[in-house]
Design a protein around this ligand. Sequence first.
Ligand code: SAH
Ligand code: SF4
Ligand code: F3S
Length: 450
Amino acid sequence: MKKLYIKNFGCQMNEYDAARIVDQLQVNCGYQQTDTPEQADLILFNTCHIREKAEEKLFSELGRLHKLVNTARHNAGLPPALFAVGGCVAQASGEEIFRRAPFVRLVFGPQTYHRLPIMLSRLEREGGQLCDAEIAPESKFDELPQSQNVGAIASVTVQEGCNKFCAFCVVPYTRGREWSRPVQDILQEVRHLAGQGAKEIQLLGQNVNAYQGMDATGVVHDLALLIRQVALLPGVQRIRFVTSHPADMNEDLVDIFADIPQLCTYFHLPVQSGSDRILQRMGRGHDRAEYLSWIRKLRAVHPDMAIASDFIVGFPGETEEDFQETLRLVEEVSFDHAYSFCYSARPGTEAANMADAVPPEISSARLARLQERLNAHQLQRNQQRVGRIESVLVEGVAKKGSGELSGRTPGFRKVNFPGPVEWIGHIVPVRISEGFANSLRGHCATPPAL
Ligand code: SAH
Ligand code: SF4
Ligand code: F3S
C-alpha cells in the first residue's frame, strides 16, 4: 500500500481540507496515512499564506524533509518521494513554488484538491511537474468521498472565501469569493458524521456568519437558520461555529443561544483593533461601539458565553494612542481567549502599499504588552470556573503517563482530569478545582453511562 505523509499549516479550514485530502487519497488512490515521512511515497504540505513567517517556515521545512526523506529512501533502495504543495501559499504563488523548491512536483490550490487523483495519475504517466491552482468553477465538495476517519469532534466547511478585502489580508486572494454550500449538502454531511460517532459538529467558514445557503426549494438560509436544522439531526450533542465577522452579525445569531441547548457557549468574534481610526484604515466595516454592543448582547443572552477574538498590532499608522484604545477594549471586554499577532505585510494587499509602517521593535513591544493583558484576563476567567461543574467532551489522554484525560468545555476551555481511556469520546461532567492560564483541572462529578 502506498503511504502518504501530510503536514498541515494554518486555520481550521485548512485542517478540514487536509482531512478531506486524506479521505480522498485513501478511498480513490489507495494511500494510507503515516506519521513517518521517511516511509512516505507522497509528501504533501497543506500551506498557509496569512503571515510571512508561515511562508518562510514552509520552505525551510520542505528543504529539510526533502533531504531527510530522499536520503533515507535512497539508502533503502526506494524511489524518491513525490513532494506536493497545496493550500493558500500554493494558490498565491503557483509555479513560483517550483523555482523556490525545484524538487516539488505538484502544486494545487484549496479549490482544486478534489482533482488530486487525476493530477497524481497524470504525473505518474507523464513525469515532470504540474500546477493546478485555479479557483475551480465546479464544487470540490460534490467530488469528495465521505469522511473516513471521524472522531468525537468533526468539522464541516459551510462557507468559504471572503469578499471583505480587509486591507491586511490575503484570504480573498487565496480562497476566492464568498460562497456557501447548499443546506441539504451540509445536513447530509452532518448526518454521516453523527452516524459515525461524532458528538460535536463544528461549522467552519472564513466568515461563517456570512453563510447564505440555498435549501432544496431555493430559499436562502442564514447561519442561525442552518444551526437550527443541524440541531434537529439525531446524535448531534454539540454545535460550534467559527469564525464570525462583526459586520455579518444579526440578532438571530444571538437569540439562538437561548433556544438551542446543544449550541456551545463560545463566540469567536475577531476585532483586530480597538481604535476606530485603525479599524477604518483596515476596512473592517464596523467600529468599536458596534463591536462592543454585540459582545454585550452575547453576554446578555447567556451568562456563560465565552468570547474569543483576534488582534493585530502594528498595523501601518497605528500610534501609541491607537494601541491604548486596543488595551482599553481588552479591559472592557475581558476576553476568555484571544489570538494576537504583529502585523505582517502581505504582497498584493492594500496595506502592503501604505505609508507609516510601524517599526518591528515597536510592534513586538506592543504585542508583548497586549499578550500580558490578554493572558491575565484568560487566567482570571479560567479561575472563575473553579467550583463549577463543566460538561467536558473528552478528546484523548492529557499527557502520556499522567493518567489524566483531556477535553473541552462548551466555552472551549481545555480541562484535564483523571479518568479511564474508555471515557474518550464521551461527555463527562467535571467539577473544576483549579484554573490555569491555558487550562482547567478537575474531577469527574458523575461517571458517564457508557
Ligand atoms: N475572517 C476572519 C479572520 C481570518 S484570518 C476575520 O475577518 O476575522 C485569521 C487572523 O489572522 C485574523 O483575524 C488576523 O488577526 C490575522 N491576520 C490576517 N492577516 C494578517 C496579517 N497580514 N498580519 C498579521 N495577522 C494577520
Ligand atoms: Fe481576511 Fe477580512 Fe476576509 Fe477575515 S474578513 S478573511 S480578515 S479579508
Ligand atoms: Fe492561512 Fe489560508 Fe487559512 S491563508 S489562515 S490557511 S485560509
